[in-house]
Design a protein around this ligand. Structure first.
Ligand code: C2E
Ligand code: MG
Ligand code: MG
Length: 642
């Protein structure tokens, strides 16, 4: 029976369409795109050879040397695809530089290919691979082809596994798909030699790769035509993993949001495109050869590799000059605030996470100077490192129970004694030492551990309240902080009430603090939580009053009894205007029948001033810093009895 070429024809059509689409989608630049095109092209040639040789073979008695040429052409091109695929994997993982160092490894990788191709050349004399004398017939050494292919499939699998961290899951799946598909094709073709499915299966696996990874819309921002955030993240993650040295220009336009509000979306987008053009222009004019990215919110990145890294500084300067210049835009005089940070990685920024978290908001953390900043000079390594490892730090602290709860006394002006205290978390990490609660809480909110931490603090406080020491102190209640994420958690009332029950703590001994920003959220869950806990007899304070832009209308509707004036607000009370403002704020709150705690009172003058204003409670370093439970007990016993 003759062989069927229908599968080959289908493969050919598929491959040609694929090749055309690569050009149409402009997936032609860069080494991995080019390799992919070569693979498709080689497959097309192999398929043509296959069709021709089968057609000749089926015709019987044709020209023997032509038949031989077609067959050898087919085999030599077709079996190139496995090593080519392997090269494609190397380029996707961007590990050429690693391979270059290992001559031995290069040789091992090339060896199977060289042996097989040599065997094909020698086949003309010895016929060990195949012969065409009596139609196409496999020779005794034909298995060599399979061995070679299996070699490269194994190389592929091992390589993908070793460098899996350099690629996204989808990429790994797409490039690994070729392995089972290829094996399946080999098996089918071995069992049914009449069905030439190998090329077709090969074409399908290339299609899978193309559909899932060669997608420009995934990588190119449609406005700026620069590569997107996802591309930046995956490229830089890979570079850090591969220990590749790169220099990054990070450009965040500090006042873009304001400009956007002023110009409106369409014009702001046009401005964005102009900035992108300027970046491209500088890169081209100064031969930077940088990879350029647009992330979001007017944040741009230029990444320099190899010898081009030396040019990054000059390019950053040029870019800065160009962007700082006032531009006339839609009749408005716009001046941008380009914050530029130059970072050598991994020397100055040591990890991918650090790069991303520093890059997200450095423009909000430093005053605008108009000069280029060096990452090494502005980054607080300890802080960044804490940010970087916060998950592990929190896990470790929870595991080793190394969180502590400190108490800061709160003084009642009317009663002239200490009546309560605020519980504040403390962490002394074995590696980083003391870590500020603000850093901790923000990170814990992001990784979801805040609920465990919150319950830990609350339980510690309840245990303290239920003990004998506390009863002797005669305090009214302890204030415990709730973060935004906690107050949005529907399980909060039940969990907290359970803990109180376990320690037999009366609800009037607890006062929960919610921040002004949390209170400003119009959230049903929060309102429900407040209601449930209030019904159970727990009171609430509004913390950090004067720091946020709260929706006062919403805030005053909440069941809040105590308002805590924020310490920043308090410490600014030294100018006449702020003082008048403070006085009137206090008066307004008193008229609303609120009780007032003044936070951050550090001096006798401040104490006197706020006492005169009829503020009810005072908290601050003037009396005491937050102190451990034992010290706190001693402090209160002394002070209240003395
Ligand atoms: P907060 O609730 O506003 O706590 C008051 C902060 O002001 C405390 O900072 C306290 O040490 C500090 N402070 C008190 N008096 C003075 C003073 O006279 N001068 C100055 N300069 N500072 C003073 P701390 O302990 O660093 O806590 C910072 C923030 O972290 C807290 O602000 C609170 O929002 C959060 N936090 C602390 N512990 C917890 C907790 O257990 N749970 C939650 N969710 N948040 C917590
Ligand atoms: Mg507080
Ligand atoms: Mg506060």
């Amino acid at each position: 029976m003759g062989k069927s070429i229908s599968f080959d024809i289908a493969a050919l059509i598929l491959l040609v369409i694929l090749l055309i689409s690569l050009f149409a989608r402009k997936m032609t630049d860069g080494i991995s795109n080019r390799l992919f095109m070569i693979i498709v092209a080689v497959s097309i040639v192999a398929t043509c050879f296959d069709i021709a040789s089968v057609a000749l073979d089926n015709a019987h008695g044709g020209n023997e040397s032509l038949l031989y040429t077609m067959n050898v052409g087919y085999l030599m091109t077709h079996y190139l695809s496995a090593p080519l695929h392997f090269l494609f994997v190397i380029s996707l993982t961007d590990t050429w530089h690693k391979l270059r160092r290992h001559i031995g490894l290069q040789f091992v990788m090339l060896l199977p290919l060289l042996v097989t191709e040599a065997a094909f050349v020698a086949n003309a004399g010895n016929g060990l691979m195949f012969s065409v004398a009596n139609g196409y017939e496999r020779g005794p050494m034909f298995w060599l082809i399979y061995v070679t292919t299996i070699f490269y499939i194994v190389y592929d699998a091992i390589y993908i596994f070793i460098y899996r961290k350099t690629m996204s899951c989808r990429k790994i799946l797409a490039i690994s798909a070729v392995i089972p598909i290829g094996l399946m094709a080999m098996v089918v073709q071995m069992i049914f030699p009449a069905f030439l499915v190998e090329m077709f299966f090969g074409a399908v696996s290339l299609l899978i790769v193309s559909i899932s990874i060669q997608r420009p819309e995934d990588y190119i921002d449609s406005f700026t035509k620069l590569m997107k955030y996802s591309a930046y993240a995956s490229d830089l993650r890979r570079d850090f993993y591969n220990e590749k040295h790169v220099t990054v220009i990070m450009l965040n336009i500090g006042n873009y949001q304001t400009i956007q509000q002023m110009l409106g979306f369409d014009s702001a987008t046009k401005l964005l495109m102009e900035i992108a053009d300027k970046i491209r222009g500088v890169n081209k004019r100064m031969h930077g050869y940088a990879e350029m990215y647009y992330l979001d919110n007017c944040r741009f990145r230029m990444v320099f590799y190899g010898r081009n890294r030396a040019r990054a500084q000059e390019i950053a300067e040029a870019l800065n000059e160009e962007l700082k210049r006032e531009t006339d835009f839609n009749g408005l005089n716009i001046s941008l605030m380009p914050y530029i940070v130059l970072a050598d990685c991994p020397e100055e920024i040591t990890s991918f996470r650090m790069l991303m978290s520093f890059g997200a908001d450095f423009h909000t953390r430093y005053p605008y100077t108009g000069r280029i900043m060096r990452a090494g000079e502005v980054i607080d390594q300890r802080k960044m490192s804490i940010r970087d490892n916060i998950d592990a730090i929190i896990d470790r602290a929870l595991e080793q129970k190394s969180f502590e709860v400190f108490y800061q006394p709160i003084y009642s002006v009317a009663q002239n004694r200490f009546v309560s205290a605020e519980a504040l978390i403390r962490l002394n990490d074995p590696e980083y030492g003391f870590i500020s609660p603000e850093e901790l809480i923000v990170a814990a909110e992001q990784n979801g551990t805040i609920h465990r931490i919150g319950e830990y603090v609350f339980e510690t406080v309840c245990r303290f309240i239920s003990g004998d020491d506390f009863k002797k102190l005669g305090l009214d209640y302890i204030e415990v902080n709730l973060s935004v994420a906690q107050i949005m958690n529907g399980d909060l009332p039940e969990n907290y009430l359970k803990i109180m029950e376990r320690y037999n703590v009366a609800p009037d001994k607890i006062n929960l603090e919610i921040t002004e920003t949390a209170a400003a959220y119009a959230q049903k869950v929060m309102a429900d939580n407040l209601e449930k806990l209030t019904k159970a007899g727990i009171k609430f304070s509004l913390d950090d009053y004067g720091t946020g832009y709260s929706n006062m209308q919403r805030v005053i509707q909440l069941p809040l009894k105590i308002i805590k004036l924020d310490k920043s607000f308090v410490s600014e009370g030294n100018t006449q205007k702020v003082w008048i403002f403070l006085k009137n704020t206090v008066k307004m709150l008193k008229d609303m029948d609120m009780e007032i705690v003044v936070e951050g009172v550090e001096t006798q003058e401040m104490l006197d001033a706020f006492s005169d204003m009829q503020c009810d409670f005072i908290q601050g370093y003037f009396f005491s810093k937050p102190i451990p439970q034992k010290e706190f007990v001693a402090f209160i016993s002394n002070a209240n009895n003395g």
